[in-house]
Design a protein around this ligand. Structure first.
Ligand code: TYM
Length: 343
């Protein structure tokens, strides 16, 4: 039976991009997969978080906050396994084995470490990588740990946003290399599952994705934003001077982004939104969008405040998640260790 795996970093405020690109898809898959008795694993990837410097106390708090957020968004611990990555040691152990099979040149091509190091151009070769000051080995090897995450459970369905596709292609290449090395089809190929809102863009710059790491909070809607904050951010979002609301990704990218957000949050089609707002001014459309966001985020926010007071419950979910994930990981890791001569 197929195994579904995905992860989210606990650092920073989760935003609409995380929600529409990943979390809401996880919740949708959860219902189908549970009925089909497939295994679903959702991980709070704290080992990935420490590829950038973190304050220990803050990271501890954020791991718990992320668990609360995911539960509030509808992740149901009866239907899936919700756990913290660092509590299943197989992730690190498999990552090391895969590190030993992954050419550095494959990692040099990845775009994420370049963007995190603010290197946008000019780094193409290993010499360039060597010349880059301050790049930590962990950040460079980040995608190998991600490959280990999915391969540890032989997961094949990976629901992610568009920015993770390059990493999953690498995971597939690593799985092929492993299979060749051990001369058997041990790992099935992991594949990305993408939503319609695979790339939610910044509210201020339609060429950039909505991101936790953008210095301006005005560029994103956080799941915890108050109604006033949502209204003010949406009112100030970039649009264009064309009359009425239409959907054209090429000609009207900023408006198209807002239309997609509206449709996804209201669970209607883009065509429905365009039909309803064909004659709306930008101002009227923005008020309606803010209203949709406020209404759809309210139950999530209420559930978050409720869970804040349920410390023991949240802890129990994470404990149970870690032990269930370990149970699946253990025999797989043992087989892998045997195959490479470690047992
Ligand atoms: P992270 O924590 O950056 O983001 C979590 C998920 O949110 C998606 N996402 C978006 N989707 C659409 N539009 C956006 N603007 C947007 N911003 C973020 C991401 O694509 C992701 O699906 N490396 C991963 C975590 C990870 C993982 C894994 C994922 C670790 N191991 C194994 C899948 C499988 C990350 O940093 O996601």
């Amino acid at each position: 039976k197929p195994v579904i795996f995905s992860g989210i970093q606990p650092t920073g405020q989760p935003h609409l991009g995380n929600y529409l690109g990943a979390i809401s898809n996880w919740v949708a898959l959860q219902e189908q997969a549970h009925a089909a008795q497939e295994t679903l694993l959702f991980s709070i990837v704290d080992l990935h978080a420490i590829t950038l410097p973190q304050d220990p106390a803050k990271l501890r708090k954020e791991r718990r906050e992320m668990a609360i957020t995911l539960l509030a968004c509808g992740i149901d611990p009866e239907k899936c396994i919700l756990f913290e990555q660092s509590r299943v040691s197989g992730h690190s152990e498999l990552a090391w084995i895969l590190n030993c099979m992954t050419p550095v040149s494959w990692l040099a091509r990845m775009t994420q470490w370049k963007s995190k190091m603010n290197v946008t151009k000019g780094i193409e070769t290993l010499d360039d990588v060597n010349a880059t000051t301050g790049l930590q080995l962990g950040l460079f090897a980040y995608p190998v740990l991600m490959a280990a995450d999915v391969l540890l459970y032989k997961a094949t369905k990976i629901p992610v946003g568009e920015d993770q596709i390059q990493h999953l292609e690498l995971a597939r290449d690593i799985s092929v290399t492993f299979n060749k090395t051990v001369k058997q089809r041990f790992f099935p190929p992991p594949r990305a599952i993408i939503t319609e809102t695979k790339r939610v863009m910044s509210l201020r710059d339609h060429t950039k994705k909505m991101s936790k790491s953008d210095p301006s909070d005005q560029t994103r809607i956080n799941l915890v934003d108050s109604p006033d904050t949502i209204l003010s951010k949406i009112k100030r979002a970039t649009t264009d001077s064309i009359r009425g609301i239409s959907y054209d990704r090429e000609e009207r990218p900023a408006v198209a982004n807002l239309v997609e957000i509206y449709a996804a949050m209201k669970k209607v089609s883009v065509a429905d939104v365009v039909q309803e707002h064909a004659d709306s001014t930008n101002a009227v459309f923005k008020e309606a969008l803010a209203d949709v966001l406020i209404t759809s985020l309210r139950p999530i926010q209420e559930e978050m405040s409720r869970l804040q007071k349920e410390d023991a419950f949240v802890q129990a979910v994470l404990d149970k998640g870690a032990s269930r994930a370990s149970e699946i990981a253990k025999p797989n890791l043992e087989e892998i260790q045997k195959l490479v001569g470690l047992r």
